[in-house]
Design a protein around this ligand. Structure first.
Ligand code: 6PG
Length: 482
């Protein structure tokens, strides 16, 4: 027997993707370095469909129909390189290796180029949706040649999530495009989660809500414009009670957020491209702050100043319900900023690497299956359908109205947080970004003056072209710079 596709690396994600393929009627070759995993998959889930268990990588490869399609689901980095090498050694011209891990896009570009030299197609494929998504239908972001997509696209589309009959899988672009898009997806995921965390912190810190009450609010919000997977599971996590203590579980979890790297990579790339992704950066740094246990232990005694202790003291005349509505509006506006920034980064990355990404299509395949899936993505798709060259989501009429309608709330929330000592780096920096991009004048002019003063770095003028330098150390007359 032969199979149109094989999966190697049968951890939870790999095993669930294999089961998903089998459930969709595709025979799947399966191989894992330790054979026990393979045996477990076949014995526990054999009823899902046809699994062809292989004991060696050679057997795995020989079970595949030509062109061979092998999906790697192992840890990003050295482990992925090792498996690629083994597979490539056993494969032939025209065969296809698909990497479904969270690989760094620069690794994917390198691997794709190296394998192309050897006549093997390499598809760097972002897969989002966690364990459940892998089994029930993830969002899939494959990058690589059009020829390779022709050979793997239909299989991948068949197992992806679908929204309104459209698969949440599409050919993203050449070489590292798929992994780049997945990386920015994760960056946006970081920002989204940070903003949700801040909304929770405001509910507890300003309004004095219990986690259970917050859970009710989030469940309610999940029925409106914020409807999304992350808001839905926020309600679930906040409602969870710890068995051992009877207290809300969230109060028993150590407040130090882990990270595996994709958020950090997103920000590094944005820095190189010069794209302000302040929402994602604040989220990455907020995780770093949370994890700085020694610093936090040393700093707990620092004074907060004369803090307002109640909402009424911070914002006279604002009542609880209207402040809760303010948090909702501020969360929405900040979320629009984070997505606007993320999509700007995708556009900049696309230009840098000549990927011809289509932002509307990315929004389309993120509507279902992935961690940031939300009603909201449908709106983003509409925005880019209406204007594929939109300079910022903030300028799309729908989002512009939504944000402009939220400004008062947004300012009240950031002000109350500052007055009451509740840290809201995500809300605060999103508002600062919004005020920066809409400002007539920025203090950048002063900075240019300073740079010219200490380093003769020159400046431009608003009234005539050219570069100028003031003789700061001399008679302070202005000269034209070469
Ligand atoms: C997804 C998730 C997934 C993973 C993140 C978590 O889209 O399915 O993003 O890829 O859960 O990598 O990343 P951190 O461990 O860095 O939070």
């Amino acid at each position: 027997r032969t199979a149109p596709i094989g999966v190697t690396g049968l951890g939870v994600m790999g095993a669930n993707i294999a089961r998903n393929l089998a459930r969709h009627g595709h025979a799947v070759a399966v191989y894992n370095r330790s054979p026990q995993r393979t045996a477990e998959l076949v014995s526990n889930h054999g009823r899902d469909g046809t699994f062809l268990a292989a004991g060696t990588i050679e057997e795995f490869v020989s079970t595949l129909e030509k062109p061979r399609r092998a999906l790697i689901m192992v840890q990003a980095g050295a482990a992925t390189d090792a498996v690629i090498e083994q597979l490539a050694g056993a494969m032939e011209h025209g065969d296809i290796i698909i990497d479904g891990g969270n690989s760094l896009y620069t690794d994917t570009r390198r691997r794709e180029a190296e394998l192309r030299e050897r006549g093997i197609h390499f598809v760097g494929c972002g897969i989002s949706g966690g364990e459940e998504g892998a089994l029930e239908g993830p969002s899939i972001m494959p990058g690589g040649s059009a020829e390779a997509y022709e050979a793997v696209g239909p299989l991948l589309e068949s197992i992806s999530a679908h929204v309104d009959g459209t698969p949440c899988c599409a050919h993203i672009g050449p070489d590292g495009a798929g992994h780049y898009v997945k990386m920015v997806h994760n960056g946006i995921e970081y920002a989204d989660m940070q903003l949700i965390g801040e909304a929770f912190q405001l509910m507890t810190g300003v309004l004095g809500y219990s986690p259970a009450r917050c859970a009710e609010v989030f469940a309610e919000w999940n029925r409106g414009v914020l409807e999304s997977y992350l808001i839905e599971i926020t309600a679930e996590v906040l409602a969870q009670v710890d068995d051992a203590t009877g207290r809300p579980l969230v109060e028993m979890i150590l407040d130090a957020t882990g990270q595996k790297g994709t958020g950090r990579w997103t920000v590094k790339s944005a820095l190189d491209l010069g794209v302000p992704v302040t929402g994602i950066a604040e989220a990455v740094f907020a995780r770093a702050v949370s994890g700085s246990r020694d610093l936090r232990a040393a700093a707990t005694g620092l004074a907060g100043g004369e803090l307002a202790t109640t909402l009424g003291e911070a914002l006279p005349g604002v009542d609880e319900q209207s402040f809760l509505d303010d948090i909702h509006a501020a969360l929405y506006a900040s979320k629009v900023v984070a997505y606007a920034q993320g999509f700007n980064q995708l556009t900049a990355g696309s230009e840098e690497y000549e990927w011809s990404l289509r932002p509307g299509e990315l929004a389309t395949i993120w509507r279902g299956g992935c961690i940031i899936r939300a009603q909201f993505l449908g709106r983003i798709r509409e925005a880019y359908d209406a204007d594929p060259a939109l300079p910022s989501l903030l300028l799309d009429p729908y989002f512009r109205d939504a944000v402009e309608g939220s400004i008062g709330s947004w300012r009240r929330v950031v002000a109350a947080a500052a007055l009451m000592g509740v840290p809201v780096p995500g809300f605060g920096s999103a508002l600062a970004y919004y005020d920066s991009v809409r400002a007539d004048r920025l203090p950048a002019a002063l900075l240019q003056g300073l740079r010219d003063f200490f380093g003769a770095h020159t400046y431009e003028r608003i009234d005539k072209p050219g570069h100028f330098h003031t003789l700061w150390g001399g008679d302070r007359s202005e000269t034209t710079a070469g």
